[in-house]
Design a protein around this ligand. Structure first.
Ligand SMILES: Cc1cc2nc3c(=O)[nH]c(=O)nc-3n(C[C@H](O)[C@H](O)[C@H](O)COP(=O)(O)OP(=O)(O)OC[C@H]3O[C@@H](n4cnc5c(N)ncnc54)[C@H](O)[C@@H]3O)c2cc1C
Length: 444
């Protein structure tokens, strides 16, 4: 017998000879369990799922609760986890501009006013979390609502793939979320609307050329901090009298530079190398008419340090990090960079990689969510005329809202007051009422 695919008949796996009397193979029969196990598992479903319990997640939960929207609420770590990363640093504005009216009202109404953070002054990341967000979690509106240690890993539309055709007469079902909780427990839940306020601090950008990790960056990770550590406090020993490199020109880099300059006054052997990509002698871009005055002062102070180019700080503009070399545990890291056309290298003890943050797209991979191409702005699901950023085309996933710091993509400058407005707009859409109606209901 000839074989069209393999004319020589070589190496062809032998087909078992079919006996005419043999019965065709039966499909496997599902095993019936005892009665208790045969009841189909009902997946949890709610009108709304809130992802993240930073300032915006907590405010969203508060508003949803007041509006009597049934919701599920998941947080990868603990409430205010990202605030905790910079818990030792000052907020850029007084706390009274950060808290909201309904938040204050709930805390005071429930007799916890004495534990409230000082509202007249700037606070710290830790104060914001402990003296505000955590208190709200104890109020009857939110008590027991947050599921901590539960990470939202992926989301899609129930019963369809992203590429499946969507007809006008084919109503979209709820969102299906894939969650991973403590002990790697996995579950799916369903929600008609989702507010994704998972922030950006969990996904720092790497320090190499073109926004890529520099060769050797991964191997040197234990010497690199991707957020501003407590230089003048708990982490002092790591930085005092050491050679420290700071890469970046945002507010975080500016904060690290100011703190290291302060440290160098007392610990004179501290040496700081500051590299920024833009060839500007004023490295930190100031936001024009920045509503957060504290933030603007940090930017101005760091620019002043760069201009002075004195003391223990060496500043290089127009620099790209080429590679890092891990020279062994107790040895400094070698950093090689290009400045103009020149290759320069340093041996440093620690590195601050403060090149900004970016939104994670993984969660939204199975959704039809276009992302604006330069700043990685997600389609937020709400019209946001007040921000200068173009949030990209309207989402093809009605009911999916990206709010909070994540809605600004790679851009900095998010202010929680914007977040509070975003939440009210999203709730108005979820309840299909005018935004004014939300304000009215919240005040009632
Ligand atoms: C030094 C400093 C000072 C600041 N001062 C001010 C100020 O004065 N005023 C102001 O408006 N802003 C200020 N900010 C900025 C402010 O902290 C942020 O804009 C704000 O925290 C953003 O809130 P968010 O809820 O959107 O995100 P985040 O605070 O980043 O919270 C996101 C939460 O989502 C959780 N999460 C992440 N991924 C997942 C997942 N997959 N599943 C479940 N949960 C997840 C995280 O653990 C985190 O708890 C300051 C920032 C810094 C660094």
């Amino acid at each position: 017998m000839s074989n069209a695919n393999n004319p020589k008949g070589q190496n062809r796996p032998q087909q078992p000879t079919q006996q005419p009397t043999q019965q065709p193979a039966k499909p496997p029969v599902p095993v019936e369990n005892d009665a208790a196990n045969t009841t189909p598992r009902v997946e949890r479903r709610a009108t709304l799922a809130i992802l993240g319990a930073g300032p915006i997640g907590v405010e969203a939960a508060l508003v949803a609760s007041r509006l009597k929207i049934d919701f599920m609420w998941f947080e990868k770590g603990q409430v205010g986890d990202h605030l905790n990363r910079w818990g030792h640093l000052s907020t850029h504005a007084p706390m009274k501009t950060i808290v909201t009216e309904i938040g204050l009202e709930e805390i005071r109404k429930n007799g916890m006013g004495e534990f409230l953070v000082n509202l007249e002054d700037t606070g710290t990341g830790k104060g914001w979390r402990d003296g505000y967000l955590s208190l709200l979690l104890e109020t009857p509106l939110l008590a027991g609502k947050l599921e901590v240690g539960v990470e939202a890993i992926a989301a899609g539309r129930d019963n369809r793939l992203r590429e499946d055709p969507r007809g006008p007469r084919d109503p979209l079902g709820p969102f299906r979320l894939y969650l991973r909780g403590p002990n790697n427990q996995e579950q799916h839940v369903l929600a008609d609307a989702v507010i994704d306020c998972t922030g950006v601090l969990g996904t720092p950008r790497p320090l190499g050329k073109s926004g890529l990790p520099a060769p050797g960056e991964n191997a040197c990770r234990d010497r690199i901090a991707y957020h501003v550590e407590d230089i003048l406090g708990a982490d002092r020993k790591k930085y005092a009298d050491k050679t420290v490199m700071v890469v970046g020109a945002g507010i975080s880099a500016a904060t690290a530079i100011s703190n290291l300059a302060e440290m160098a006054k007392e610990h004179e052997a501290t040496w700081v190398v500051w590299l920024t990509r833009r060839p500007s002698s004023l490295p930190v871009r100031r936001i024009s008419q920045d509503p957060l005055k504290g933030r603007d002062s940090i930017a101005a102070a760091a620019n002043h340090i760069a201009c002075r180019a004195e003391g223990n700080i060496e500043f290089h503009a127009g620099a790209w990090v080429d590679r890092l070399e891990n020279q062994g545990n107790d040895k400094p890291v070698k950093v090689v960079a290009t400045i103009g056309n020149k290759e320069v290298s340093w041996e440093v003890d620690r590195i601050f990689s403060l090149c900004g943050y970016q939104p994670s797209r993984l969660l939204n991979r199975e959704l039809r969510m276009p992302w604006e191409s330069s700043l990685d702005l997600p389609a937020t699901g709400i019209e946001s005329k007040e921000q200068e950023l173009n949030p990209g085309p309207a989402t093809e996933e009605p009911g999916w809202y990206v709010l909070g710091a994540k809605s600004y993509g790679r851009a900095s400058g998010f202010d929680v007051r914007t977040g509070a407005r975003q939440i009210r707009q999203a709730m108005a859409e979820i309840l299909r009422v005018k935004p004014q109606e939300i304000t009215k209901r919240l005040a009632a």
